[in-house]
Write a protein that binds this ligand. Structure first.
Ligand code: SF4
Length: 318
């Protein structure tokens, strides 16, 4: 028989680091374009999995000497290799039991709605230029599944002020994926702890000031009020591609300065080719991951403990 415990144990044996289960009912109130119940109306459960970033993938960027590990083994490696393999294997045991499994990796650019950072006014609203509904009672494809909200619904942790998902195991150091299924699984209870203490270190350390300290997004999910910074996604998308000259040692010439600051698609292809098709995260998440991770480790609130602190010396700045 397929049980929540069996699924979680198997998913971890396949390579997921954290696994939680939510009922589909917890998405009640979601905007139509962001409501995963339209993906599989008869679904009963969603299995949400987290895949850690090793702390070591940030080491080379922290030292300013090796920038590949985060993009290759963090970003794209997890999205394009680790997650699909685990989603395949977990979906297999679900379907062996005669239930359907809809695997959703952390990379789905066909979403038909703006996210809060892209365009707050249009968040959750249909973009008529991208696609049209197949019938009036359904959203236009694709429904956009906000995986951080799904992870919250599955009891895996909370969304921090930085908008990163924070788990008690790894803080902001994971990427998420999900499987929607009609298997009737027992949902986990929502996370009761508190990780984000609004220390604002993420705001201070972001190299392109993409995290505002005074503008937030507020929503209610499964009866719980959630709030995070209303991230300037344009600044963020330029920043993570190496748009800040103080944080990008590959920015040598004035041409570099101009080209590294282009919109995300173009900037990503300039000078350093992306890892696994698209990943070229040169900034190494200075605020939303590194500053937050260091702070939560110092507070001793994370389960994945290290023998030595991450930050060994004064951070470099060009
Ligand atoms: S750095 Fe501080 S304010 Fe930002 S998400 Fe982490 S705990 Fe919250």
């Amino acid at each position: 028989m397929l049980t929540s415990e069996k699924i979680k144990k198997y998913a971890k044996s396949c390579g997921a680091d954290i696994v939680g289960i939510t009922s589909m009912g917890r998405f009640e109130g979601a905007p139509k374009q962001m409501d995963p119940r339209y993906i599989f109306p008869e679904a009963k459960s969603m299995i949400v999995m987290g895949f850690r970033h090793f702390r070591g993938v940030f080491r080379g960027i922290e030292e300013g000497t090796f920038f590949t590990a985060y993009s290759a083994m963090g970003y794209a490696g997890i999205n394009y290799i680790q997650q699909p393999l685990v989603l395949w294997n977990v979906s297999r045991i679900i379907e062996d039991e005669g239930y359907e499994a809809v695997p959703i990796p952390n990379n789905f650019p066909w979403g038909n709605t703006a996210t809060s950072g892209q365009n707050p006014e249009k968040t959750g609203k249909m973009n008529p230029d991208l696609s049209r509904p197949v019938s009036p009672d359904r959203p236009a494809p694709n429904v956009f599944l906000q995986l951080r909200i799904a992870a919250f619904c599955a009891g895996l942790g909370e969304i921090g002020y930085s908008k990163m998902f924070l788990s008690p195991e790894f803080g902001p150091r994971q990427r998420l994926a999900a499987i929607i299924t009609d298997a009737p699984l027992t949902p986990d209870s929502l996370f009761k702890g508190k990780l984000c203490d609004k220390c604002m270190l993420c705001v201070k350390a972001c190299t392109v000031q993409a995290i505002p300290k005074d503008r937030t997004v507020k929503i209610t999910v499964a009866g719980r009020k959630l709030e995070w910074a209303d991230i300037d996604m344009r600044k963020c998308s330029v920043g993570f591609c190496g748009g800040s000259k103080h944080a990008n040692p590959f920015m040598v010439t004035s041409e570099d300065e101009k080209r590294f600051k282009q919109e995300v698609g173009n900037a990503q292809r300039y000078k350093l080719h992306p890892m696994y098709v698209y990943a070229r995260a040169l900034e190494g998440a200075a605020g939303c991951i590194r500053a937050c991770m260091i702070h939560l480790e110092q507070k001793g609130v994370l389960k994945n403990k290290f023998k030595h602190p991450f930050r060994k010396r004064k951070p470099w700045r060009l």
